[in-house]
Design a protein around this ligand. Structure first.
Ligand SMILES: Nc1ncnc2c1ncn2[C@@H]1O[C@H](COP(=O)(O)OP(=O)(O)OP(=O)(O)O)[C@@H](O)[C@H]1O
Ligand SMILES: [Mg+2]
Length: 1138
């Protein structure tokens, strides 16, 4: 008895008895009132009475919220699987794993969302790149990524089998994988672009809108993508299977013909259409059979542009495009042909009504219109050696036309695929070293079961039967066989093996396909005879369901996905898949090379027909013989399937099971029964069971040891191991435990998923440790070498730096020492000098003393002499004066006596004496006055002379003011600028000299070692006057003279120098205005002759001129008065050479 609580999840079995009904999930709403109220996953409420309590079962927690990998489901049944898909689908999680990380290949269940989910972005691609399945949420990209990395790691080809019903999303999944591989290959190359662009072309010609899918692929395809060693896409090859050709002529209600027809009519320019005689889609019978010419969400004209650009990428030339369009147009025109019944020789016949359409069709096919007409209404046969043209009745004629049209389209499609392959396929290199790996994507029609199933359906289901067998073999058979072979403890799991059905259909002798084939080749074979043969051969086979009575034309086959009844009508014709000889002949007669090319194989099958004219009869037997060589549809299909299975057999497979959630192409609508049917047919249930019970991971001992020996230090590589099995066991026991559910077989070790996970984690850890160790060592080595290199460089730099620094310090020191030496020397010299100077001064003093004394004595003597002379002169002068006075007095006495005598004559002697005495006294007074005046005058004169002498003496002793004198002399030049550095505009060309003097770098040389205090030197000794007195020659003094010198101021050996210095003096005199300007001999010009300046200069400054002038001037100067001018001590007596 189950005790339930509100909110519990349960399985609710409604027990309706329907084939695909399974219990559905429900949540308990009420359970306290005896009855239990539950709400199921569909939202319906149910009341369960205690009597019906068996209808509900508790749900395993894993089924409540769903799991990413279905082998983790607790409720491992169809209901559990279905609910898991449902709840994930409602969360828009459309992908679910089914036994991820398995050895035999992963299975991904993809439910068509019918809406664009944001899970296919470039970011998602990056997110899923290089991840393990199971590590990330399930995704189609995870499958693609694993394909790619398995291919690279295991160096094995991979394949991905994408299966599911029509509209389940196979093609979309294929495109997504392709997109991922192109992105991960990462070259953005032309070839990648070409591979991607092949899809729109294939879809245009091979896809059509059907009731189940607006873009249904009406052919199967296997795209093999080739990768080079570096993992870049190198090319691809597309294999196509069984295009549904009947769609060209007939479409079910609501369905369309192939997209390309509508795209062409909507997308072509009016001119192009006019050329091909085309109109609207509704104009054509072949396009309107399904009464549907539009497809929602599809813009045919835009698609046409895309198709054309894709064709360009894939190297379809414009001519080829034109030819394709022509054939397509011809097909449409042929579909519009109208037939009229006729009676001919009592036989039902018909005639194609002559019309524009017929003419256009014939023109486009480039055949004769009449031939086309005949071909479509009659057939040439040979009976008893005669060729007979038999008229066809209306139905037969329409069949012939349709067959022709289908033939053209089918071959055109094949040609297009070949053309695409020619662009993208590169044959493998013959060089053994260049290995090429591939990933194959199989997008093939799913199992189908309609009310009436045709021959094509049998082929499709046969293909699916093969794929199921491949799946079963991989997932179940090989697995279990291996367990048995390895002798491990294993409980066999029952699974549906479709091998027997496959044997009956195609493998064992007298199988259904071979019987149909045989009957097709048999001239008298009909669909009925074929059915009879099938019945007699297989009626006892459990997989064969014979018709219930003789009138029934259906037989059934019990496929892995259920019983399908096939309608045998038309089987043989479809299987023969050959066109009537007349049609081939017609094609041969065509002038259109393209149509001939696409029919090339058929034409080659009819060698006789080729040489005979169209109307000429040809042997039916011959035709039959040749037809033997033309393969039937079933045999072709079987062969290509075998090839495919062989290709898949060597690949590591991945499976994508696409599930269609509803028949209405609606999002978020989950049809439970439809999904159960798909899950059941896909064998998902058994898959999960075996995945869970089995050991998905296995390694050979060698592989195991080599992969995991890293976990156990000291374990040698496998090739060095003696006991591989024991080593494996030791490793497994150490890391997985003894009792866990892993097994060791004869050659392999079998592990569960989680074991692999554990070992991988440990291995990852161990490898990471080792990697870190290696990195450590390598980094250590790298850093050490770097360090050594750096140290070397540092030392070099240090060496140079130290050298430089020491050198610098040394030179500073040397400089210091030199300076010190200099100072020392200078000090020494200074002391010596001062010592010597003192001595010299002393010596000079003595000398001077001596000289002065001598001079003094001399002067004293001179003075005394002068004094004596002067005194004598004074005495003489006094004597002279006294003598004069005496004489004058004597004279006066004489005059008085004379006067007294004279007056005594006139007067008394006394009076005369008195008179004479008075006159004599006056005279004496006069003489006394004159003497006094003379004395005063003399005194005055003496005083004047004395003053003059004093003045002269004073002037001689007065210092000369040089600047005053210079100013006086050069005042006429004006006042120079007083601001230093602003002396005015410099003369042109001397600007650089005018810069203010750069301050010299100061070096404090004396800072460290002060010089000894200098004694105040008496510079009066070094006066210019003294210099002149010492060095000037002749009688020249330091004073300026205004006449030419006779000898130079200083002594010169060289006569030239002497002359030069004299000339300089003359120049100075001229400059001072003391000499007149010279008279130039050459200057006696009247202005008529032009004398060069240089000549004048030479003339003026020439030696001879100077000499001459000098002599003249010297002579002249003798007579000139002297005006001595005192010159300053700094005034240069002569210029440089003087
Ligand atoms: N992953 C997806 N995301 C969104 N829509 C999808 C996805 N897969 C399929 N579909 C939708 O479902 C439609 C049918 O898908 P698709 O053509 O791949 O089916 P199919 O299995 O190839 O059918 P058929 O056998 O008829 O070719 C697509 O046109 C698209 O609208
Ligand atoms: Mg498809």
């Amino acid at each position: 008895m189950v005790i339930l609580q509100q909110g519990d999840y349960v399985w609710l079995d409604l027990k309706t008895g329907r084939e695909f009904e399974v219990p559905l999930g429900a949540v308990v709403k009420l359970c306290d009132s005896g009855q239990i109220q539950v709400v199921d996953d569909e939202g319906n409420e149910h009341w369960i009475s205690p009597q019906n309590a068996t209808n509900i079962k508790p749900m395993h927690p894993t089924s409540v919220h769903g799991v990413e990998d279905m082998i983790r489901l607790g409720d491992l049944n169809e209901a559990g699987i279905l609910r898991n898909l449902l709840i994930r689908y409602r969360d828009r999680l459309i992908y679910t794993n089914c036994g991820s990380r398995t050895y035999t290949g992963s299975i991904l269940v993809a439910v068509n969302p019918y809406q664009l989910l944001p899970i296919y972005t470039a970011e998602q691609i990056r997110y899923y790149t290089n991840r393990k399945i199971g590590e990330m949420p399930p995704h189609i990209f995870a499958i693609a990524d694993n394909c790619y990395f398995n291919m690279q790691r295991n160096n094995r080809d991979q394949c991905c089998i994408i299966s599911g019903e029509s509209g389940a999303g196979k093609t979309e999944s294929t495109k997504l994988i392709l997109q991922f591989l192109a992105a991960i290959s990462g070259q953005h190359s032309w070839i990648e672009q070409q591979v991607l662009e092949a899809n729109p072309i294939l879809e245009a010609f091979g896809n059509a809108k059907t009731i189940r899918n607006d873009n249904s692929s009406r052919f199967g395809k296997y795209i093999d993508i080739h990768f080079n060693k570096r993992g870049a896409i190198e090319g691809a090859k597309i294999e196509q299977y069984l295009l549904e050709k009947s769609r060209v002529c007939r479409q079910a209600n609501g369905e369309r013909n192939y997209h390309i027809f509508y795209c062409m009519l909507m997308g072509m320019s009016p001119e192009q259409k006019k050329k091909l005689g085309l109109g609207k889609p509704t104009d054509y019978t072949y396009l309107t059979m399904g009464k549907c010419t539009f497809c929602d969400g599809r813009d045919d004209s835009k698609e046409y542009a895309n198709i054309r650009s894709a064709m360009k990428v894939l190297m379809f030339t414009d001519t080829e495009n034109g030819e394709i369009s022509k054939l397509m147009a011809a097909i449409l025109h042929m579909g519009n042909l109208s037939y009229e019944p006729r009676m001919y020789d009592n036989l039902d016949s018909c005639e194609v009504v002559y019309s524009g359409q017929l003419l256009t069709a014939a023109t486009l096919l480039e055949v004769d219109c009449l031939d086309l007409q005949n071909c479509l209404t009659s057939r040439t046969i040979i009976t008893r050696g005669e060729t007979v043209s038999t008229p066809l009745n209306m139905v037969q004629a329409l069949d012939v036309r349709d067959a022709f049209v289908k033939g053209i389209y089918g071959r055109l499609f094949v040609w297009i695929v070949e053309k695409i392959n020619a662009a993208i396929y590169k044959p493998p290199s013959r060089e053994p070293k260049t290995v090429r790996r591939s990933i194959g994507l199989l997008d093939i029609f799913g199992f189908e079961n309609f009310h009436a199933n045709s021959f094509e359906q049998l082929c499709i289901n046969f293909a699916n039967e093969n794929l199921q067998q491949f799946f079963v073999r991989h997932v179940f058979k090989l697995e279990q066989e291996e367990y048995n072979l390895e002798n491990i403890n294993w409980q066999h799991i029952e699974f549906t093996d479709n091998q027997d059905a496959l044997d009956m259909i195609a493998l064992k002798p007298m199988n259904i396909i071979s019987l149909i084939d045989e009957e097709s080749k048999f001239p008298k074979g009909t669909d009925t005879t074929m059915l009879n043969k099938l019945n007699s051969q297989h009626k006892l086979n459990a997989y064969y369901i014979p018709p219930k009575n003789n009138y029934e034309t259906q037989f059934g086959i019990s496929h892995f996905a259920g019983i399908v009844y096939y309608e045998t009508k038309g089987f043989l014709e479809k299987n023969r898949d050959t066109l009537h000889g007349d049609i081939i002949q017609l094609v041969h007669s065509s002038k259109n090379k393209f149509i001939k090319q696409i029919f090339q194989a058929d034409v080659a099958m009819f060698p006789v027909a080729l040489v005979t004219p169209l109307s000429a009869p040809f042997s039916f037997l011959q035709g039959a013989e040749t037809r033997k060589r033309s393969p039937t549809l079933s045999s072709q299909f079987k062969r290509s399937l075998e090839l495919l299975m062989r290709t898949l057999g060597v690949c590591q497979p991945f499976f994508v099971r696409c599930i269609k959630p509803n028949e209405y192409k609606k999002s978020m609508l989950f049809d439970r029964e439809l999904c159960v049917r798909q899950l059941r047919y896909s064998g998902m249930m058994e898959t999960i069971r075996i995945r869970r019970a089995g050991y998905p991971i296995r390694y050979t001992f060698v592989e195991f040891v080599d992969r995991y020996r890293v976990l156990m230090p000291g374990v040698k590589p496998a090739y060095k191991q003696g006991d591989l099995r024991g080593t494996c066991q030791r490793i497994a026991e150490a890391f997985l435990g003894r009792v866990d559910d892993w097994q060791i077989g004869k050659t392999k070790i079998f592990l569960k998923d989680h074991h692999d996970m554990m070992l991988e984690v440990e291995r990852d850890k161990a490898i990471t440790d080792k990697v870190i160790l290696i990195q450590k060592v390598v980094r250590g080595f790298k850093d050490r070498s770097n360090f050594v290199k750096m140290r070397k460089s540092v030392m070099l730099i240090q060496r140079y730096w130290r050298g430089y620094r020491c050198r610098k310090r040394f030179s500073a020191m040397r400089l210091g020492f030199c300076r010190l030496q200099a100072l020392h020397r200078s000090r020494k010299l200074f002391t010596q000098y001062h010592f010597a100077r003192k001595r010299i001064i002393l010596f000079q003093a003595r000398c001077r003393g001596y000289l002065v004394r001598r001079a003094f004595r001399h002067r004293l003597w001179a003075v005394i002499t002068i004094q004596a002379s002067v005194r004598a002169m004074i005495a003489r002068r006094l004597y002279k004066r006294l003598k004069g006075e005496y004489h004058r007095r004597l004279e006066a006495e004489k005059m008085r006596l004379a006067e007294e005598m004279r007056l005594s004559k006139e007067m008394s002697s006394k009076k005369a004496k008195e008179q004479a005495e008075r006159t004599h006294q006056e005279r004496l007074a006069q003489l006394a006055r004159e003497d006094a005046a003379r004395e005063i005058g003399e005194r005055k004169e003496a005083r004047r002379k004395k003053e003059m002498l004093q003045q002269l003496e004073k002037a001689r002793n007065e210092p000369v003011n040089d600047s005053e004198m210079v100013d006086k002399m050069f005042g006429f030049l004006g006042v120079p600028s007083v601001v230093p550095g602003h002396e005015g505009q410099p003369p042109a060309g001397f600007e650089d000299l005018e810069r203010s003097p750069r301050p010299m770098d100061e070096e404090d040389l004396d800072a460290s070692l002060p010089l000894p205090e200098e004694e105040e030197e008496d510079l009066s000794e070094y006066k210019f006057a003294k210099f002149a007195a010492t060095y000037f020659q002749g009688t020249t003094t330091h004073t300026y003279i205004r006449r030419p010198l006779k000898v130079p101021l200083l002594f010169h050996d060289d006569e030239g120098d002497q002359l030069a210095s004299l000339a300089v003096w003359i120049t100075i005199l001229r400059f001072m205005g003391d000499l007149p300007e010279p008279k130039y001999h050459t200057a006696i010009s009247d202005g008529s002759e032009k004398i060069p300046v240089m000549t004048k200069i030479y003339e003026t400054l020439g030696k001879k001129t100077y000499k001459r002038e000098l002599q003249a001037l010297q002579g002249d100067a003798e007579v000139r008065p002297r005006w001595p001018i005192k010159i300053g001590k700094n005034f240069p007596p002569e210029p440089s050479r003087g």
